[in-house]
Design a protein around this ligand. Sequence first.
Ligand SMILES: CCC1=C(C)/C(=C/C2=NC(=C\c3[nH]c(/C=C4\NC(=O)[C@H](C)[C@H]4CC)c(C)c3CCC(=O)O)/C(CCC(=O)O)=C2C)NC1=O
Length: 169
Amino acid sequence: MRDAVTSLIRRYDGTGRYLDRNAIDSLKSYFETGTGRIAAAAVINGNAAAIVKQAGSQLFDELPELIRPGGNAYTTRRYAACLRDMDYYLRYASYALVAGDMNVLDERVLQGLRETYNSLGVPIAPTVRGVQIMKDIVKDMAAEAGVQNTGFIDQPFDHLTRELSEQDL
Ligand SMILES: CCC1=C(C)/C(=C/C2=NC(=C\c3[nH]c(/C=C4\NC(=O)[C@H](C)[C@H]4CC)c(C)c3CCC(=O)O)/C(CCC(=O)O)=C2C)NC1=O
């Protein structure tokens, strides 16, 4: 698992370079967004259950066929599995926000996930929609909590979206 600083050092050490202008700029931007990252993680931590619940009901409002007979989230067991997955995405997104690096998502969440989803018939597009709904909720809550520039919050949610959506070769 890596964060913005260890990733950068690993890259520079790999080629035996001192931290140059680019490195300093990216470190600066990581530390400048530090307070916001922590505030966003606090917002997620304090509202996780509500965020998942709200995102779930919005998702099922938009795509009611998911919870009808034949839908992948139909039956209480699968409905619960779906919300649990959303909770995983949210929790790991909060880690990635603090780390300023997406490596934790690659290692702990995304590895093998598409294969699992494909084999269970879990539809990717609605999952991605659920992730994006959570992103919007978190950004609104962070803004309300006084986070100035919430753009950095996109990163983990968009990373999950991008990696999940990637077509099989
Ligand atoms: C921390 C990393 C991690 C992730 C990400 C994870 C995902 C994950 N989701 C699963 C199932 C599932 N995931 C869903 C999710 C959905 N179905 C829908 O229609 C919706 C679009 C969507 C919710 C948004 C459902 C319904 C199942 C159960 C499918 C089944 O058993 O038939 C399974 C299969 C095993 C199980 O049921 O627990 C895994 C491994 N597990 C992990 O350990």
